[in-house]
Write a protein that binds this ligand. Sequence first.
Ligand code: NAD
Length: 466
Amino acid sequence: MPQTSTDLTHIPALVARQKQWIAQGHSRDVDVRRQQIRRLLSAVEAAEGDLLEAMQQDLAKPATEAWLTDIGTVLEEGEHVLKNLRQWMRPRKAATPWMHSPSSAYQLPEPYGVVAVIGPWNYPVSMLLVPTIGALAAGNAVIIKPSEFVPYTNAVLGRLITDTFPVEEVAWLPGAIPETTALLSEPLDYIFFTGSPAVGRIVMQAAARHLTPVTLELGGKSPVILDEHVDLEVATRRIVWGKCLNAGQTCVAPDYLLVHRKVKAEALAWMQRHLRDFFGPDPQQSPDFGRIIHDRHVARLAGLIEGQIVTGGQVDVADRYVAPTLIEVDNPETHPAMQEEIFGPILPIIPYDRLEEAIRFINARPKPLALYVFTTRSRVRQAVIERTSSGSVCVNDLVVQVGLSDLPFGGVGESGMGSYHGQRSFDTFSHLKSVMRRNFLADAPGRFAPYRVPLALLKPLIRWLG
Ligand code: NAD
């Protein structure tokens, strides 16, 4: 029987053991870090079949989706790190003024120490392993705390981690709120949290006690603007795909659609057609459509289905099924689906007449994790990019911006703080220590007491030398 909880009394000793390992300095060596990442990638490749099967059991994730979003992203991130790590670890030179010469200065990336990676259930492999790769690349020890709602995936991933790493390097800490609370009470050196804004606040409060730095990867309502000048067939196909990926349980899923009134009817027709093409007449029978994580979320989603339902609306609690659902929303201020992050396959559709209205609508709400605009007009594209604020923007597609190793991913405001992926992960998990070096040769005139050089002379001299 796989372990699903942790003896809370073991947590302080685990943190102490990892701190000791870091203090011994092994992870300062680039080869140690590269070898850890290689070991992790090989283990993931070897367990690929078991992981896909487990995600099928937890979330009915189609294998293609699960591989692309949970396994492929981990392998790609790891390869990218292996290729670039030596260069990222190099000291970063800083200029020194003539006044201090001879001298040199640089920033040296050093590990924080013990990093806690606390994850959600929706992408139960990549949301844990992508940050773990970044933390290892930067020379840290890692404690991984998975979500308690994906027992099958946790059984495979927990075994993979414990078989691949000694606990002082990477530890698996299964459990729910008590385990997370106990972990957060420890003097951790960095906390990387992915989850809801509500729990993000709890994490940040706990971090304040030890002044532990945090990255918060949170969620929220990511809008889509669908302009009238657009390839409607392509745009709507991508939107429906993004909404139904993992049954809508994606942090950067399109949450709601703002559609230009002129193309609303045609867009709705296209979306219904794409849904039929993707999942047939009854999506519940399709092997390519996932399930909701647990009954509580099915009940919550059922409560959001209200008003003018264009298609879908069916809910089967026993099967944890919520149909892909399109709803026309007349009054977004009161419609239940517009009051919280949906995190399910329900798409509220709100018409607008002028771009200005759509921008105002978005800006009146918390800053989203992602924002999408579909248009062929550069004026519209630029207005949306420049006059809104969000973690990321993707033009004429959605979700795929998250997959770029070279493009940092993160939120802003209510959708989070900090970012990661590729070099940004390395920087996130490194303390960039400033170092300045001098020798014993010269000192600037007037530096030491008694201060006899008149200020009127010193100021222009410093400016000139600086
Ligand atoms: P959650 O916040 O409920 O749980 C996340 C983690 O926190 C889990 O490991 C859980 O055990 C722990 N936790 C829950 N309650 C806690 C508490 N009171 N005290 C301490 N720890 C607690 O989130 P979830 O339901 O697992 O995931 C869904 C949310 O995550 C959505 O809001 C989604 O948008 C967001 N998300 C964000 C990203 C991103 O990259 N920005 C990615 C995936 C999911």
